[in-house]
Design a protein. Structure first.
Length: 181
């Protein structure tokens, strides 16, 4: 099987389950931004220390792949064909909140805005956070035109909080103080 099909050379792409649309369509932008987020999380994971919150970040990547599958499948009847691996529910948000609470307990309370940066790990997590916010904006824009499962918007909102908290934790564990504004 070849990686190229030439079908997209005209500026269109296919939804999972059928139908061709322009690559500039809101749904394509939304799952493209989620895919970019997933890549930046992969980059953050590869930044030393490599074992930093690895299990959680790998779980997030799996969930983002599932979210991409949901966004790429606009026909609700075809979502059932995604399988158990692609299940998205409130439990995932609860898991993010538990991780935010666990991580926040190790940090000093926030008293000012934090400037992105510090260690390479923290800086890469801050980049992932900002890409997460963009993905969230794309999904919200899509939801104003088409049906999107509300849990996806909530998950992305909470994920950006987790990535922010992880960035602070990376600096804390590296003994690099956060720079405030």
């Amino acid at each position: 099987m070849s990686i190229y099909t030439r079908k997209g050379d005209d500026g269109t792409t296919s939804y999972r389950g059928g139908g061709r649309v322009p690559k500039s369509a809101a749904r394509i932008s939304a799952y493209g931004d989620v895919d970019e987020l997933n890549s930046f999380i992969g980059l953050a994971m590869s930044t030393e220390p490599g074992d930093f919150e690895r299990e959680i970040l790998e779980s997030v990547q799996t969930t983002l792949f599932a979210i991409g599958g949901h966004l790429a499948t606009p026909d609700p009847a075809k979502l059932a064909n995604l399988g158990e691996k692609s299940s998205i529910d409130e439990r995932l948000i609860d898991e993010l909140e538990k991780e935010i609470d666990r991580t926040s307990a190790e940090l000093d309370p926030l008293k000012a805005f934090i400037l992105p940066g510090g260690s390479a790990k923290a800086a890469s997590l801050h980049i992932a956070r900002t890409v997460c916010r963009r993905a969230e904006r794309s999904v919200v824009a899509l939801s104003q035109k088409e049906s999107v499962e509300p849990v996806i918007k909530t998950y992305l909102n909470r994920l950006s909080d987790l990535l922010f908290t992880f960035a602070r934790l990376a600096n804390h564990r590296s003994r690099i103080p956060d720079r405030t504004w």
